[in-house]
Design a protein around this ligand. Sequence first.
Ligand SMILES: [Zn+2]
Length: 305
Amino acid sequence: MGAAAPESRHTMKWQGRRQSTNVNDQRGRPVAGRTVAKGGLGVVAALVLFLLTGNGSFLTDLLGGGVQAPPAPSGRESGYTETAREKTLFEYVSVALADIEDTWNQVLPRSQYRAQYEEPRLTIYNDYVDTACGGANSGVGPFYCPGDKTIYLDLSFYDTLVQRYGAQDGDFVMTYVIAHEAGHHVQTLLGVTRELSALRQQAASGAISQADFNRYSVAYELQADYLAGVVARYMQQRGYLERGDLTEAMSAAAAVGDDAIQQKAQGYADPDTFNHGTSEQRQEWFKRGYEAGDLSDWDTFREII
Ligand SMILES: [Zn+2]
């Protein structure tokens, strides 16, 4: 917990602005199946079932790299109490989600798809959570579940991202994280997630190779980075960004690149197992989304596959 409190850094202009009403606070709430999960088996079983049924392997979402997710931090199982810093972070992400809603409520109807935006929910939990995609512990990192159209986030991920993955210490890294997950929601609304699920099933049955599927996965993830860039552009246009915010987002995108994660975890990178894209690719597509500010340039599949 050595990271500085968000308000002590240069910071996105967020105080006093609208907070989303779609945030669901489940911190400290007892969860059904939790005792099983503490032993690890419940989570593993849920994950395996989830992967086999082809509903999507979104539980390891932001962090790809083909590396096993670390176990959840322990010792916080009982008597959760919110710290002042977590209170600030909670309010911050509530404003960030409101910005994401405003972005897509404006951008989607004006896009080539003329689609209406259906707002996703954001569940903040600690340690363990049950979802329509199965149970998860916070070790898997933030993720989006298409089954209940909800983004799941443990606020401790902020410290993980900065301390373990080396993202810059600044609150806008969390905007990048949530906007990336909300990008998967946009992909779900527009049918891209369904296509990826079909491809996952083809890989499971051997119709396409795992390496081929990984390339689709990379395109899918880079598209979510592009969509996060669109959100950043919307915020810039409204004057919400402060100097340094974009650098923070770019540093977070670099920190969660497959090559960076694998290099840190095992000392080398294996491109065949990449499923989220390299640091360079993630930064590039975030930037392209930022530059376009809409869906005109979002077809990562055309360029990656
Ligand atoms: Zn993702």
